[in-house]
Design a protein around this ligand. Structure first.
Ligand code: NAP
Length: 309
């Protein structure tokens, strides 16, 4: 039986691996479809403390992985599809394979919801389509960008982007924002933000050249079509937390995010099972906050195991 199994290899999971590794717990990390998590899809990370010149997302995750390996972390590539946390031994299943552990740290992240366009897929990342203004906004100084969405995230992204971009067009499929009143008011009052109401995105232009040149929209009421020239397209239509295989065993909220126990960010309703990063945090969603939660989860797992012995 393993001391600790960590599911997920984003900032939260790898930080948990570094800490549990250094505590001599010989952690096993199960990595799924996207080793390294969301940061591997972003270009430059300029806000992770300790990298004054910035670091590309892939290198940052590669460094974390090397650091975890140095302290005895083992990695296995598998997709956990169900769990049984009802007994003292925590059971995780991936197809025919069964894993057993004393403690489990789940850091499976969340996947940004996308529009589902081919052009969006082709231009994602270095092509100019992004799901993270905090990560990529600074690359669009004095340029036009668009944000798609109408919730708090879209407003937050649009407002953040006004610090750099010359103009931000917010494309929303209805004529009213879903965002909280304060965020909506701020967004509508910002002179750099232009609203494009009642509009669905039909294409992101520039796929053949490898760089966004505009976003084509269709007015859902009038049928009118137009292309908004821009260099960056930020998609902010919500996230889908990767919690499904665990949802029967652990408490989740109405949007599927893990629910931590009151007074804790990372403790679940099952003693010895912890959650960290974007699968539980839908507010901050930063590499550094995920890393912090991974650290907390590792320390709590270590203490919990010591208490049981
Ligand atoms: P959200 O509230 O679910 O909003 C998603 C937005 O995207 C909605 O406006 C929705 O349109 C639109 N949308 C969804 N699917 C779409 C599609 N296929 N095509 C076009 N548009 C689509 O998601 P969120 O903004 O990420 O917020 C998630 C949660 O985090 C919320 O509870 C929010 O309050 C919270 N949050 C809070 C803060 C903050 O307080 N600072 C910041 C960020 C997020 P419709 O409106 O037509 O459905």
């Amino acid at each position: 039986m393993e001391n600790v199994i960590i599911v997920g290899t984003g900032c939260a999971g790898l930080t948990a691996a570094i800490y549990t590794g250094r505590a001599n717990l010989n952690p096993l990390v199960i990595e799924g479809n996207q080793p390294g998590g969301q940061l591997t899809t972003t270009s430059e990370v300029e806000n992770f403390p300790g990298w004054p010149e910035g670091i590309d997302g892939y290198s940052l995750m590669d460094n974390l992985r090397k650091q975890a390996t140095r302290f005895g972390t083992r990695f296995e590539n598998n997709l956990i599809d169900s769990v049984d946390f009802s007994g003292d031994v925590k059971i995780l299943k991936a197809g025919d394979k069964t894993y057993e552990a004393k403690t489990v740290i789940i850091s499976t992240g969340a996947s940004p919801r996308l529009l589902g366009l081919d052009s969006e897929k082709k231009l994602f990342g270095t092509g100019g389509v992004s799901t993270c203004a905090t990560c990529d906004g600074a690359f669009y100084r004095d340029m036009n960008v668009v944000v798609v969405g109408g919730g708090d995230s879209a407003c937050e992204e649009a407002l953040f982007l006004t610090r750099f971009a010359s103009k931000v067009t917010l494309i929303h499929r209805r004529d009213e924002l879903r965002a909280s009143k304060i965020m909506a008011d701020r967004t509508l009052a910002n002179e750099k933000i232009e609203m494009c109401w009642d509009s669905g995105v039909t294409n992101i232009e520039g796929a053949d050249d490898g760089a966004v040149s505009g976003v084509s929209v269709k007015n859902l009421k009038t049928g009118e079509e137009k292309t908004i020239p821009c260099k960056g397209a930020f998609i902010a239509i919500g996230h889908i937390p990767n919690t499904q295989p665990f949802a029967d065993a652990l408490k989740t909220d109405e949007n599927g995010y893990f629910l931590a126990e009151p007074g804790s960010q990372i403790r679940t309703n099952v003693p010895g099972v912890y959650v960290a990063g974007d699968c539980v945090d839908h507010i901050f969603r930063q590499a550094i906050t995920a890393a912090g939660m991974g650290c907390q989860a590792a320390i709590e797992a270590e203490r919990w195991m010591a208490e049981q012995e």
